[in-house]
Design a binder for this molecule. Structure first.
Ligand code: ADP
Length: 485
């Protein structure tokens, strides 16, 4: 069940406050009561002792005369009213020898003691000859006084409690108001209104930090949603062109009967558009899988130089078409990773380096070891990239020159996929370029960490394989295939 923080806070506040005020009131009341009753006890004991001494000093006189003298001495015993104090003296044989007023019915205590009889507080003291003297005082006034104090304590306790509750309610409201503001602002943020933010200026202390954290989470969310919708819009836009080509070509071709070469030409146009669609759809699928985190990477021991060599061999025909020379050099470090994905990285980079190159240009892949990392540089002598485009190169569907890229068959997704693969291997990719002079894409990947064998007796080939390197140099230069002009 939903329970508001304010109610819970107040509930605990009340429990603690009632406990504290109750305990304090009880201690005060009982201290007061003890004090008042001690005063009564002391007073009647003093009177009883004085009466016993006087009775003893006047043992020879008649009891009535002694009683009269005592009432003269202690006027509280004189006067009217049933609640006035009294004294009684018993002789050794238990017979009453002294009494403050006639008609008193007080049970013989038989010994020295304090006792409470109904509303009366009594004390018995012993005299000489086994005499006992008892003094009794009505406690009505004292009790009324105590009950007055009790009411005062209860009343002031209730007032303190009520004030504290009001204050608690007010302050908890003030403290929790920012939380309400945060929750209101958060609930107003929806798919269509992602720009709304919590006003951090009005939200103090720790809650201000919480609001700030939420705002940055909303910023990230907004960025992701915007990226997603831009991605979807770009994807639809990219697919629309080949789809339109397929539709238009098919409609035009079917509009009248044609010769076989015309059908062939149309089918080739449709095939080119379909291939383009496939490349876009494959790229989209790869990135969507990457975003959802559903891609599992293999963990093979990969000889980077071997992957580079295989990639160059595969791309040789393309390089030939563009009259570009491919070469590779460097050591043969081992890395841990997904061989096919790493191949894809070099396929994308070298394909770009060929496509955006000049005829007669070169593409060199240089592998280097750099401490804990391996670097592979794809260096081309192509058209280069203007400085303002460099920060956006790895964005999805970003193209420096859309018309040229489309003509070259690019989908604008290659570098985004490349970056994802490199980063999911714990590596990084950077680019440096000069417009008109060429570009260098540098892939950094963590190499297999060096393992130091526990003993000295290791032959050199084992040592090399443990460090993930062999000293077989990788140098390979391919001549461009010359096409008749
Ligand atoms: P595409 O499939 O269109 O080539 P990429 O994501 O691989 O998409 O590349 C994005 C853009 O970066 C390309 O359209 C191109 O303009 C630019 N680009 C990539 N590599 C190079 C390069 N080696 N030289 C010049 N421009 C490049």
């Amino acid at each position: 069940m939903f329970k508001s923080i304010r109610t819970t806070l107040l509930w605990w506040y009340v429990v603690i406050l009632v406990g504290t005020v109750g305990l304090y009131g009880t201690v005060v009341y009982y201290a007061l009561r003890r004090n008042v009753l001690t005063q009564v006890n002391d007073r009647i004991r003093e009177q009883a002792v004085a009466i016993a001494l006087t009775w003893e000093d006047n043992a020879d006189e008649k009891a009535d005369a002694v009683a009269f003298e005592l009432t003269e001495l202690f006027p509280v015993f004189a006067g009217e009213g049933n609640d006035r104090p009294y004294f009684i003296g018993w002789k050794k044989d238990g017979t009453v020898g002294l009494v403050s007023r006639a008609g008193l019915e007080v049970p013989f205590p038989g010994q020295v003691c304090y006792r409470t009889r109904g509303m009366w507080r009594e004390i018995t003291v012993g005299g000489s000859d086994g005499r006992l003297v008892l003094v009794g005082e009505h406690t009505g006034t004292v009790r009324a006084e105590l009950s007055g104090y009790l009411q005062l304590l209860l009343g002031s306790g209730a007032a303190v409690l009520a004030l504290a509750l009001l204050g608690g309610w007010f302050f908890s409201g003030r403290v929790l108001a920012p939380i309400h503001r945060i929750s209101r602002a958060a609930s107003e943020i929806s798919g269509s209104n992602l720009a709304r933010r919590i006003d951090v200026g009005k939200t103090e202390s720790e809650l201000g930090r919480l609001a700030g954290t939420l705002n940055s989470a909303f910023d990230r969310l907004q960025k992701t949603v915007e990226q997603q919708s831009r991605f979807t819009a770009d994807a639809s836009h990219e697919l629309r062109t080949p789809v339109s080509i397929v539709l238009a070509t098919a409609e035009q071709t079917l509009a009248k009967d044609r010769e076989a070469p015309e059908y062939r030409e149309s089918l080739e146009a449709v095939l080119r558009a379909a291939r383009r669609m496939k490349s876009i759809v494959d790229g989209l699928l790869a990135l969507t899988r990457a975003d959802s985190g559903s891609v599992t990477l293999e963990r093979d021991n990969v000889d980077l130089a071997e992957v580079v060599e295989e990639t160059l061999a595969l791309l040789e025909p393309l390089a030939g078409e563009h009259a570009v020379t491919l070469s590779s050099s460097g050591p043969r470090p081992l890395i841990i990773g997904d061989r096919e994905r790493i191949r894809e990285v070099f396929t994308n980079l070298v394909t770009n380096a060929i496509r955006y190159n000049h005829r007669g240009g070169t593409v060199a892949v240089v592998v280097q070891e750099n401490g804990t990392h391996v670097e592979a540089k794809v260096i081309d002598t192509g058209i280069g990239i203007a400085e303002e485009h460099v920060p956006h190169l790895f964005e999805r569907f970003y193209r420096v020159d859309a018309a040229r890229t489309r003509a070259a068959g690019g989908s604008g997704l290659g570098l985004a996929i490349t970056k994802w693969i490199v980063e999911s291997h714990g590596g990084s990719i950077t680019v440096s370029s000069r417009e008109g002079e060429g570009s260098t894409f540098t892939v950094r990947l963590p190499r297999i960490s060096e393992v130091r064998p526990p003993c000295d007796a290791v032959d050199s080939s084992t040592a090399r394989s443990l460090t993930g390197t062999t000293d077989r140099p990788l140098t390979r230069v391919q001549q461009p295939i010359q096409h008749p002009s």
